[in-house]
Design a protein around this ligand. Structure first.
Ligand code: SF4
Length: 386
């Protein structure tokens, strides 16, 4: 049990560890994983202070701030993230700090809409969570790999804390993660991980943020208000499969607005219930997300065969259905376009539409071939969907 009066001492210990690491003689860059949530904001706040305090001649190692946009982020969260990154970029330039801001996105062939509307993947479920790897882990790790290649080695700083959840605490302990040690990255050689906030509690983080102004200017007020209204946590920058359980869980957190891994999006509903100024837009997005869940649950919307043409039966003999039919994919696109009009926000990019059109063209050719084959062997495709 930690006491609130110990917060200054705990903060001083974190700072001390970070100063010591920053002052080491090697020139490995620091890569800061920044989601715009409270933990990574505090992490960046401390990194900035450490870098700003380094005297000339002391280590001027490059610092990269790395964020990810899945392209289906909650509009409020992505707005906050992009605005804060812009302020940080400008302030770092003005202060002469060696800070570079990088934003990653999923490869255009692997976005949420290309997979759902293009390939007909059902919106993700707990057992078929195809999204995290494609939309978060792969793009971020790709960039980290490139930075490691450019600099030979790097240190990745993350805002993860043992008290975030029991699962997180257990995983960190099993991997031997402490606030003062460097750990190897699970998939990127020559990249070491550093989690200096590991021992801080939730309250510590809030207290520290509330009592301080960000060194890049402004206040942490927008962040605090966003959290207070949503009553939630955050969907963090997910860097590895071990981190992934915290993305799309039932705890209230900001994730993709389309996240169908959870039945109820508590952060979005929290903002609506709190009477947020963008309540109408949030309500429309929440309704669309719930409609996607309903579509997924109705087997009549799905093909009887999987994308690779194979059929699959469960142990009890019931069929495992495949992707959405082309008609349903078209319906989703039409309704998404209507939603864009309604809320005045772009939700799907034109490059995604091009990839979707391309996939549909190929799928139509395959579907024609499948139907003519079934006809040639006397099978009525209608019976396959039973
Ligand atoms: S928030 Fe949900 S949809 Fe987005 S990557 Fe995480 S699990 Fe997938």
């Amino acid at each position: 049990m930690t006491s609130s009066s110990d917060v200054p001492a705990r903060l001083a210990a974190v700072r001390e560890t970070m100063y010591t690491e920053f002052a080491r003689e090697h020139e490995d860059p620091w890569i800061v994983a920044y989601s715009g949530g409270k933990d990574s904001t505090l992490l960046l706040h401390l990194v900035w202070e450490v870098a700003a305090a380094a005297s000339p001649g002391e280590s001027r190692r490059p610092i990269y701030i790395v964020s990810n946009d899945t392209l289906v982020e909650s509009p409020l969260v992505i707005r906050h993230l992009r605005q804060s990154l812009e302020v940080i970029r400008e302030a770092a330039r003005a202060a002469g700090l060696p800070i570079t801001v990088k934003m990653t996105e999923p490869c255009i062939d692997q976005t949420f809409w290309v997979n759902v509307i293009g390939r007909g993947y059902i919106p993700p479920t707990r057992n078929f969570r195809w999204c995290t790897d494609r939309m978060k882990i792969a793009p971020t790790n790709d960039l980290i790999r490139k930075l490691v290649i450019a600099h030979q080695r790097a240190v990745l700083l993350v805002g993860t804390r043992k008290s975030e959840s029991q699962t997180r605490g257990r995983a960190m302990t099993q991997r031997g993660v402490t606030a003062t040690t460097m750990n190897p990255h699970s998939t990127i050689p020559d990249c070491r991980m550093f989690a200096p906030l590991a021992d801080l509690g939730d309250d510590d983080v809030w207290k520290i943020l509330m009592q301080r102004r960000p060194p890049w200017g402004g206040t942490h007020r927008d962040l605090i208000t966003l959290y207070r209204n949503a009553g939630g946590g955050e969907c963090p920058l997910v860097l590895s499969k071990e981190d992934a359980p915290s993305c799309g869980t039932t705890s209230p957190r900001f994730g993709c607005w389309t996240c169908t891994v959870v039945q109820k999006d508590r952060s979005m509903r929290g903002l609506i219930d709190a009477g947020h100024e963008d309540e109408d837009m949030l309500e429309a997005l929440a309704d669309f997300r719930e409609w996607l869940i309903a579509l997924r649950e109705d087997n009549r919307n799905r093909l009887p065969v999987r994308r690779d043409g194979r059929t699959k039966l469960r142990d009890d003999g019931t069929r495992v259905f495949g992707p959405f039919t082309l008609e349903v994919r078209q319906t989703i696109l039409d309704r998404l376009r209507a939603l864009e009009e309604q809320i005045g926000e772009m939700l799907v990019q034109s490059a995604e539409i091009e990839v979707i059109d391309d996939i549909w063209r190929r799928d139509r050719i395959c579907e024609k071939g499948r139907l003519s084959f079934l006809a040639s062997v006397g099978v009525d495709p209608e019976h396959m969907s039973a």
